[in-house]
Design a protein around this ligand. Sequence first.
Ligand SMILES: Cc1cc2nc3c(=O)[nH]c(=O)nc-3n(C[C@H](O)[C@H](O)[C@H](O)COP(=O)(O)OP(=O)(O)OC[C@H]3O[C@@H](n4cnc5c(N)ncnc54)[C@H](O)[C@@H]3O)c2cc1C
Length: 611
Amino acid sequence: MSSLQENTFDIIFVGGGAAGSVAAGKLAAANPDLRILILEAGPHSLDVERNVQPVRYMINLLNANKEAKNFTLHISQPTEAVANRQIVFPAGRVLGGGSSVNFMVYTRASASDYDGWEKDHGNPGWGSEALIPLLKEIETYCPRTLNSTHGTSGPLKISFADGHTNVAAQFLDVVEEYDQDRRLTEDWNDFKEANAYGIWAKYINNETGRRSDTAHNFLYNQSDSNNIVIRTESRAIRVLFEGTCATGVEYVVVGQEVISKAHAAKLVVLSSGAFASPAILERSGIGSEQVLRKHGIEPLVDLPGVGENFNDHSLIFTYYSLSDEAETIDHILQGSVSELQEHVQQWRETGKGLIAHNGLNAGFKLRPSPEDRKKMGPAFEKRWNGFYALCPDKPVLVGGPVAAWTSANIPRRDGKYMNLLYCSMYPASTGSVHITSALDPYHPLNFYHGYFEDDSDLAVFQWAYKHLREVARRMPFYRGEIQDFHPAFPEGSEAACKAENMPVAPDAPKIAYSAEDDAAIDDYHRRTIKTAWHALGTCAMKPREKNGVVDSRLNVYGTKNLKVADLSICPDNVGANTYNTALAVGSKAAVLIAEDLGLKLKHVVAEQAHL
Ligand SMILES: Cc1cc2nc3c(=O)[nH]c(=O)nc-3n(C[C@H](O)[C@H](O)[C@H](O)COP(=O)(O)OP(=O)(O)OC[C@H]3O[C@@H](n4cnc5c(N)ncnc54)[C@H](O)[C@@H]3O)c2cc1C
């Protein structure tokens, strides 16, 4: 075989992340003769402890700045709306992408999200009726449920995980009594529920105690077959074309200066995530003429939507001190290597214990009540009437209590803490991501997040803070607020935080906030808002004349043999943490590619060894 033939594949996937691994793995499993190349910017994750041990997620993230082993850090422009800060977005950079480093919480979108993709954005075959069966097929949902949308034989195992903590149980007890507007439910992931609390399921295999990622469950479990070639630490620069037909990819290998090429006989699929996929398109001459010419790139296809429509969920961490009886995972997240190893031994032998855990055992999807909305102001009321009121399955807020201190600089090593986190699901503000260099794939992107540009987004956080603080102070474990992670209320304010405090009775009056207090809350949110790591939308699947980048078969407009298959294709936001939607996109991409190329698909079942 000539070296050209050896380097020619049927399909090249650029990015072996959450969506890319599913699409590539599904196609490879059913078509032994199909030659697939995966170019992945990050390293392998096969049996790597930091990727397979669930509890490591926070240790990895806390070290993202120092080591950046598994993350690409995208740093935003400073904006006034977030107190002139630059926000850092760490995107997964490892085989499995976000699925190998994420928090593993299992949250599914609302049926109306996908129905909107189909009906409002003109994408037949992308509605909930088509996507739910695909999502069902790839999971084995272990908790007890009567909900028929869950799968029973797919490779990704979903469980409540071992090592429940009493913090979550207490949180759920309190909301059951305190929050009569909403209810507790056994399963808040049926694509319909938007206003309830419950146990938060996780992408954790409850037999092995390992993370349910896409690399181990769609790629490494097929390592006996020869039809997938994975080149890690290989970062795509741009797509190669003959005319407007994609024929391959140019890339660089970490530590090498030479530019390599790989050829695709049938298809190139960009699955590099919502930051890198639009950047690769722009470096390939596909994007807004204005952006391309600014960097000396000759436009191949004028597609002004590339890199626009950046959507995310922004997030706030609020910390509370807890009493000594609270079971937290602080000693693992903040502990020494030897403390961690004690638990690792148990995990290796039994797959159980706190290593097999993420400390997030309770969660919620919430919508404000009519009474809440009265206090949220006209900007949110407008947003409510024009958006949320029409879709009762869309949550405004998602979050939950983490039984741990999850930031740097824990106040006391022997302390017990709860991080009550909340993120808004459909911020009205959107942003953009564009290249700043024609050919350098390492060059930082011009990233504008748009957080809090719309006042309705700030109102959501103010409501969330007040509501969740009332829940926290009713928990018997509550012992006060950690001031740096709460608003700086004016001196003498009744709302002032107390570092040491005791819980109040369930029927205690709510804290009264003055206009100055509200301003302090808004100020706090502007100063501390961060990403929830849910970037999407930057190569939107919409009609071309509406700034679309791909059509409903994921083909990039104006090109041949080039698709995008990752969260960048989402035309709109979804009301959930986004791993599940990435799985939907990967599965649907496999179906479309199989149809286009006359290939087969079959149900992928993971090998025990790599579970
Ligand atoms: C820290 C963190 C926590 C999260 N927590 C949760 C959670 O608990 N629950 C949940 O549902 N979702 C969570 N998410 C979100 C979820 O993991 C992502 O939405 C999902 O992984 C996105 O899938 P994707 O396929 O679009 O992109 P990714 O999974 O990011 O995959 C893109 C891949 O492309 C590779 N790549 C990038 N550029 C190039 C290039 N130039 N050449 C070659 N390869 C390239 C990357 O290395 C990566 O592997 C989290 C994400 C992060 C980062």
